[in-house]
Design a protein around this ligand. Structure first.
Ligand SMILES: [Zn+2]
Length: 236
């Protein structure tokens, strides 16, 4: 392999990693935010459910008190029935009894719903507590390793850039300018392997003569179509 091609391959590998490090400065904080959001959401759900449970318990206790009072009142009305003198009084009392019975029935219905709700909430709080514990532990660990990763980006970047400088100094200026032009204009790899007689990047077929030249590897070979540097891959 031509020394210049070998150097460029090394260079493009470094450029790939520099690009990855740059991207990680964006996606690592994103990932960290998502993990934090997930933790907050579960904690929020748990808090909501606990509040609802508290409210339902208070409401059910109030209904118990109200039911006791209503039953007492009903008994009083029923006692009054025995001492009634006029039809008018009788009608009024029957009305009051019916009203209070209807209230008691509605409250009982509501009370049963609340008991079901309390049951459900207790169950889901138990499940949420387990989920919350798991997510807190798992996400904290992942946040720790992501923090470590982002803390090391600058250091890794510095090493890659220094290595790049050393390599760049070894590459002839003319070759370097081809590399930089293609990298800037096309992006991705600049040195590509020949694949079944075609450029490995743009798939333009190369002439048999050019293929022979690439195989010989004593001169830099450029794809006419995309401008990338072509190299022999050994077999194809
Ligand atoms: Zn090409």
């Amino acid at each position: 392999m031509l020394e210049d091609v070998r150097l460029l391959l090394e260079l493009q590998d470094i450029d790939y990693w520099i690009g990855e490090l740059e991207r990680s400065k964006e996606y690592i904080p994103d990932m960290m935010n998502n993990l934090k959001k997930e933790m907050e959401e579960v904690a929020e759900q748990l808090k909501d459910s606990r509040e609802k449970l508290k409210e339902s318990r208070i409401e059910s206790q109030n209904l118990e008190l109200k039911a006791a009072e209503a039953k007492e009142q009903l008994e009083k009305y029923q006692e009054q029935m025995l001492t009634i003198k006029t039809n008018k009084e009788y009608d009024a009392l029957v009305n009051q009894i019916e009203t209070i019975k209807a209230d008691i029935a509605a409250d009982e219905e509501r009370y049963l719903i609340l008991l079901d709700d309390i049951d459900e909430l207790e169950k889901s709080i138990g499940e949420l507590e387990i989920k919350d514990k798991g997510i807190q532990k798992e996400n904290q660990e992942r946040l720790g390793s992501l923090q470590h990763e982002i803390d090391s980006v600058a250091d890794k970047m510095e090493k890659k850039v220094a290595h790049r400088q050393t390599l760049k100094a070894k590459v002839p200026r003319q070759v370097m300018s081809i590399y930089q032009r293609v990298r800037k204009g096309r992006g991705g790899d600049v040195v590509v392997q020949l694949k079944r007689g075609a450029c490995g990047a743009c798939y333009k077929s190369q002439t048999p003569q050019k293929i022979q030249e690439i195989k010989k590897g004593d001169k830099l070979q450029i794809c006419d179509s995309c401008g990338r540097i072509l190299m022999w891959d050994g077999d194809n």
